[in-house]
Design a protein around this ligand. Structure first.
Ligand SMILES: [Zn+2]
Length: 176
């Protein structure tokens, strides 16, 4: 879909998530949702990256004052077009998403790169995988950094992988 013409009108709109008032701050990537007063000071802001061309959006948990640095809670969610029509329906969209965010993330805490649902007790496993084109061995890491389901490989294809999450044939050979 095209970016709604009146998208800028949601800038500085406030809305209520439970008892918390939040504010919308439109930016180049989409918009931020920030805490507006209240107790339990949030150390995070939530970035909604709106990809209007692909009709998808990402929800990123960013650190207050650190711009767009952060980690993704959700990626490539479909943009519900019907809710993009008016300011009040757009607010419904934000509220529904923020209820989900606050259910999964403690926004008062800075937990970079860790989703609330993630099992951080997972054990890192290293696999040696022989390169198919030479005598090189690549190291595939499973549960990278103790995060269940996080994969990593030392090969160049992984480093330059454009897939999300990044991957390569070595990871795929093990993670089947
Ligand atoms: Zn690889």
């Amino acid at each position: 879909m095209r970016k709604p013409e009146n998208f800028h009108k949601i800038d500085n709109q406030t809305l209520k998530i439970g008892s918390q008032i939040v504010m919308i701050d439109v930016c180049k990537e989409g918009f931020f949702v920030t805490q507006n007063g209240g107790n339990n000071h949030w150390n995070n802001v939530i970035l909604f990256e709106m990809d209007w061309e692909k009709d998808q959006y990402n929800i990123k948990i960013c650190v207050l004052g650190e711009g767009t640095d952060g980690w993704y809670l959700h990626e490539k969610l479909p943009i519900p077009k019907s809710l993009m029509r008016t300011i009040s329906s757009f607010k419904e969209f934000v509220v529904a998403n923020m209820v989900d965010v606050t259910a999964h993330v403690d926004l008062t805490n800075i937990e970079p790169y860790m989703a609330g649902e993630t099992n951080i007790d997972a054990v890192e496993i290293k696999h040696n995988v022989q390169s198919s084109s030479g005598p090189i061995t690549y190291i595939v890491t499973e549960n990278t950094g103790g995060i269940a389901g996080e994969w990593n490989c030392t090969c160049p294809a992984y480093q330059y992988s454009k897939e999300l999450p990044q991957t390569c044939k070595h990871i795929k050979s093990i993670n089947t």
